[in-house]
Design a binder for this molecule. Structure first.
Ligand SMILES: Nc1ncnc2c1ncn2[C@@H]1O[C@H](COP(=O)(O)OP(=O)(O)O)[C@@H](O)[C@H]1O
Ligand SMILES: [Mg+2]
Length: 361
């Protein structure tokens, strides 16, 4: 990493590791976040996301490595001196306090004068659109309201960094989607540097400037949502971010034309930069495939039979057996007339694609 990048990073995590009872939970993780950026740590349950977040917050001490806010090394700075706002998955609101008292808590422990506390709490309530909720008990609030109180409590001290651990995980889908928009707008409005932990790929894709995909204590890829989705570095990332049709085979060179021999009958045309005589994996996203009744060109289409249809309103996923181990998943948008029955199980069909959309891993 260049020195210039270190100087401007709002948060830099360098070679951080952590074990619990001999089990290495976070293994040599490095990450830098620019001021105002929204970054997601995305990975399956148990891969070490919360542990990494807790080390950044100061709730857990790393075994090795350093953590810096701006140019200040905070690895040994106690949690209450870091000025980092944290929202936990379960909100962790104090049940015996009102909404306003919950939000004021961090200001009180900092010995902020009473008049300043009142103004700051009012401002934080307004920010999360709970203007009149100050005197209420937190117990009767809905999940979405509790989440907003937790956010207000984290933001009221003007932290240098906001850490969110699965902040929307407890909300039902509709509310979660609504809160995603609110959270992103709020984050942009106040311009706070944010690191969010999530196992929900859609949430990470929607909210983030960058996504760091984690697996088994390591960051596998750290890129823009688009790069992560369109150009995943390996099969784990490809498969974790959305649906994909993964195929393995051997690259052959026929008069300068590269192709992949997946099985006896399945041969795919490859982009020219494929390396001949190597075993590679390739994938195609379901939305890059189309279905027609007409045969297509060899190498960029395959005949098959529909074995499963999964209708979900705006789109339908069709699973087509083309003679490989797993059926290909094809996404079609449901734009046709409502009395058009659409694809049916058992229908013979051709799957087509553009060879340029094949991603080689
Ligand atoms: N305080 C702890 N003591 C022992 N093991 C822990 C502790 N915290 C987390 N772990 C273990 O570390 C692994 C990673 O946990 P965590 O960071 O919570 O993962 P994630 O947030 O990605 O689901 C899990 O196997 C978990 O059981
Ligand atoms: Mg977790």
């Amino acid at each position: 990493m260049m020195l210039g990048q270190i100087a401007i990073a709002a948060l830099s995590v360098h070679s951080v590791a952590k074990s619990f009872g001999g089990a290495r939970v976070v293994k040599d993780v490095s990450l830098a976040i620019k001021p105002g950026e929204f970054i997601s740590l995305l990975g399956p349950s148990g891969c070490g996301k919360t542990t990494l977040l807790r080390m950044i917050a100061g709730l857990e001490q790393p075994d090795s490595g350093t953590i810096a806010l701006g140019d200040k090394d905070i690895t040994s700075v106690p949690v209450w001196e870091r000025n980092i706002g944290v929202v936990f998955q379960n909100y962790a609101l104090f049940p015996h306090m009102t909404v306003a008292e919950n939000i004021a808590f961090g200001l009180r422990t900092r010995k902020t004068p009473r008049s300043a506390i009142e103004a700051k709490v009012r401002g934080a309530l307004k920010l999360v659109r709970l203007d009149d909720f100050g005197p209420r008990s937190t117990e009767k609030l809905s999940g979405g309201q509790k989440q907003r109180v937790a956010l207000a409590r984290a933001l009221v001290t003007d932290p240098r960094l906001l850490l969110l651990d699965e902040p929307l995980g407890a909300l039902d889908r509709k509310l979660r989607e609504q809160m995603q928009v609110e959270l992103k707008m709020l984050q942009r409005e106040i311009g706070i540097t944010t690191l969010m932990v999530t196992h929900d790929q859609e949430e990470a894709l929607t909210l983030s400037d960058r996504i760091a995909v984690m697996s088994d204590g390591r960051i596998l890829q750290d890129d823009s949502p688009r790069e992560i989705y369109e150009r995943p570095r390996d099969a784990f990332v490809a498969d974790f971010i959305g649906m994909s049709n993964l195929m393995k085979g051997r690259v052959a060179d026929l008069d300068g034309n590269k192709q992949l021999q997946v099985s006896e009958n399945v041969i795919l045309k490859l982009p020219p930069n494929a390396m001949a005589a190597t075993e590679i994996s390739v994938f195609l996203r379901p939305e890059k495939l189309t279905l027609t009744e007409l045969p297509g060109a060899a190498g960029s289409s395959l005949p098959g039979r529909i074995v499963h249809v999964s209708y979900s309103g705006s789109v339908t996923h069709c699973f087509v057996d083309v003679g490989l181990q797993k059926p290909l998943t094809v996404l079609i948008t449901n734009r046709s007339n409502h009395d058009d029955a659409g694809p049916r199980i058992g229908d013979p069909i051709w799957v087509h694609w553009d060879a340029r959309n094949i991603v080689m891993l």
